[in-house]
Design a protein around this ligand. Structure first.
Ligand code: ADP
Length: 379
């Protein structure tokens, strides 16, 4: 049945902690075009349950355009971009209200984040995004993300994206362990199952070959969304980032719970092993943009897997930005590499100072640590 190989998903998902769930337009819209409230309620119940087991969730929710069309009395989804954007603007806050009501039942708070692709192409904005999402998760809040349709400038994104690639980019940037794409179909078939009775469901995908890509076909014209093509694109992004991805049918009872406990449903795109899987390895293999010379105390702390505080920095060399990789040296020996949360300019101002003083000197503070322990690799 499974052409790739039989994966023990129970074992694979045992340590899965951070999960991104993307719900497609097709699942959030009922046959008669109305909003599928049952689904938001079911998802909230499952997320609340898994949160109690220590998992954290980020939801990427489509559906704003559909709701907007309903409110504006549009019989069909308009093809014109400005009209779609107008419908999205009307629908977005109603969509958020739906999620808020669903999660409120479980005493869970939600936060709205609207994104465009540009947010990912600028290192500063994506670092800020990553930091704000992790702050929300730490506070127990569920971020609900959608594409900022009303200001989307690329037609192709406004028409074809449908959040598949966006959710994969979010999953990769926040170091998620698993992305679940909920759709109106059981997973990826070797051809469009709506048109071919003999289409076969693919259980496991280890590598996205040209053949796999050909299964995506062209986008579904009726709903104007990405169909499987953008989901395969999403799989490429997550697998490189060391994150697994599952496409499954939102109509399956307790679909998120079942996936999280390792049941073989839908299609899994496995995370690629090796270089990109391990963050530390990626840091060690990266080109450096500068150097921090630290004292013996800081060296000892780093060797004991702690982060680097500004008080331990003696000298800052090179010009670098937030999110750049720098080497860390003590006694003329480079012993570690790390991803810095502060720029070289900022570090020159706060080197040798106590973390308590960061805010006073810079006017703000990202973290007490200049390089956090999860962002350090020993060389
Ligand atoms: P969503 O709104 O959930 O993102 P889409 O409508 O964009 O979903 O994509 C799912 C649809 O893609 C399916 O309902 C099906 O009609 C179509 N499709 C095209 N090719 C395939 C394939 N090879 N396997 C599965 N579904 C396919």
């Amino acid at each position: 049945m499974d052409p790739a190989r039989n994966i023990d998903r129970k074992e694979l998902f045992r340590d899965v902690k951070k999960i991104v769930v993307k719900i497609g337009t097709s699942s959030l819209t009922k046959e008669d075009g109305s909003f599928n409230r049952d689904l938001t309620e079911e998802i909230a119940a499952q997320v609340a349950h898994l949160k109690e087991q220590g998992k954290t969730f980020i939801i990427v929710s489509s559906g704003a355009i559909g709701i907007g069309c309903e409110v504006l009395g549009m019989k069909e989804r308009p093809r014109e971009i400005p009209l779609r954007q107008a419908a999205a603007a009307v629908g977005q806050n109603i969509l958020m209200q739906e999620w808020m009501t669903a999660f409120n039942k479980y005493d869970l708070k939600v936060a709205q984040i609207l994104l465009t692709y540009e947010a990912f192409s600028n290192r500063m904005t994506y670092l800020n995004l990553r930091n704000s999402i992790s702050a929300l998760l730490e506070a127990g809040v569920i971020p609900i993300i959608n594409e900022n349709d009303p200001i989307c400038v690329h037609e192709i994104e406004a028409t074809f994206g449908d959040n598949d690639r966006l959710s994969a980019m979010v999953a990769s940037k926040v170091d998620a362990d698993l992305l679940i794409l909920l759709s109106d179909i059981n997973g990826l078939y070797d051809k469009n199952p709506r048109k071919n009775e003999d289409a076969r469901l693919i259980g496991t995908i280890e590598k996205i070959t040209q053949e796999i890509e050909s299964y995506g076909g062209s986008p579904t014209s009726t709903k104007g969304t990405g169909g499987m093509r953008t989901k395969i694109e999403a799989g490429k992004i997550t697998s490189m980032a060391g994150c697994h991805m599952v496409i499954a049918n939102s109509a399956i009872d307790n679909v998120i719970l079942e996936i999280a406990r390792g049941k073989n449903i839908g299609t899994i795109f496995l995370a690629r092993n090796g270089k990109f899987k391990n963050r530390t390895r990626w840091i060690i293999l990266s080109k450096v943009s500068g150097k921090l010379t630290v004292d013996k105390g800081a060296e000892r702390a780093i060797m004991m897997k702690r982060g680097l505080l500004p008080s331990g920095i003696i000298e800052v060399s090179g010009t670098f930005g937030r999110g750049d990789i720098i080497e860390i040296e003590s006694d003329y020996m480079v012993f570690a590499k790390g991803l810095t949360d502060y720029t070289s300019e900022e570090l020159i101002k706060i080197k040798g100072k106590h973390s308590d003083q960061i805010e006073k000197i810079l006017g703000y503070k990202n973290y007490d640590e200049v390089v956090r322990k999860t962002n350090i690799g020993l060389v």
